[in-house]
Design a protein around this ligand. Structure first.
Ligand code: CA
Length: 224
């Protein structure tokens, strides 16, 4: 699980990052809204923790942008102010939860767990066209036919399904599935996309992975 923290109080941002890492998450911290925007647009995070008042774009602008781009990632907003008005603005902009500073680390962790759980709990299957991906068994199914995916295949497929037809660059897939620090190269992505295409064919799926030169991959359903 990857979490992005956008918070201009560096000490706070870094302490949240360390806290999350200590609890088994991968976390990145950036300190201004414009850098935050760049990171957010990669679309590789499972949760965003956004401070409201930031140099550059503020937290509400970022949240609005995320929702405009149809990214369903959960957003936790942090703010020094506890006024009702800020809370409403934050939630209006697309944030899922609001935490007022100063907060206790247990409270933050509880929020993080709750938001991540909420995202995963009610869905154990994602569908595109007539093909579905079972999130518990990692099986890809179309009609009567199903096939199990390997761990990496599953992660790539889930990413493609979640984006619902939006284009994903090889770079985005690499950092989401293999992580920034891995030695994996774009060729790995191509190889796994090849495996996935074979499996889609094997189950007679109505969807296919389209590639756009230099832009990456997206799902397309056959129109019948
Ligand atoms: Ca701030």
């Amino acid at each position: 699980m990857k979490i992005l923290i956008v918070e201009d109080e560096k000490l706070l941002a870094d302490s949240i990052r360390l806290l999350l890492e200590k609890h088994g998450f991968e976390a990145d911290a950036v300190y201004d809204g414009d850098t935050g925007d760049m990171y957010v647009r990669q679309g590789i995070y499972d949760l965003l923790i956004l401070d409201v008042m930031l140099p550059g774009k503020n937290g509400c602008d970022l949240a609005r942008q995320v929702r405009k781009d149809h990214l369903g990632v959960p957003i936790l907003m942090l703010t020094a102010k506890s006024e009702l008005e800020d809370r409403i603005t934050g939630l209006d902009s697309g944030a899922d939860y609001y935490l007022t500073k100063p907060f206790d680390t247990r409270e933050l962790l509880a929020c993080v767990h709750a938001l991540l759980r909420r995202q995963g709990s009610d869905v154990n299957e994602i569908t595109f066209g007539r093909t579905s991906l079972d999130l518990d068994s990692a099986a890809l199914r179309c009609g009567e036919h199903s096939i199990r995916l390997s761990a990496k295949e599953f992660e790539i497929m889930r990413f493609l399904f979640q984006e619902g037809g939006r284009n994903l660059s090889k770079e985005m897939i690499l950092s989401k599935v293999w992580g920034y620090d891995s030695d994996a190269v774009e060729n790995h992505v191509e190889v796994y996309i090849g495996f996935l295409r074979k499996k889609l064919t094997a189950i007679g799926s109505d969807i296919r992975i389209e590639s756009v030169r230099r832009l990456g991959y997206h799902l397309e359903a056959a129109h019948d």
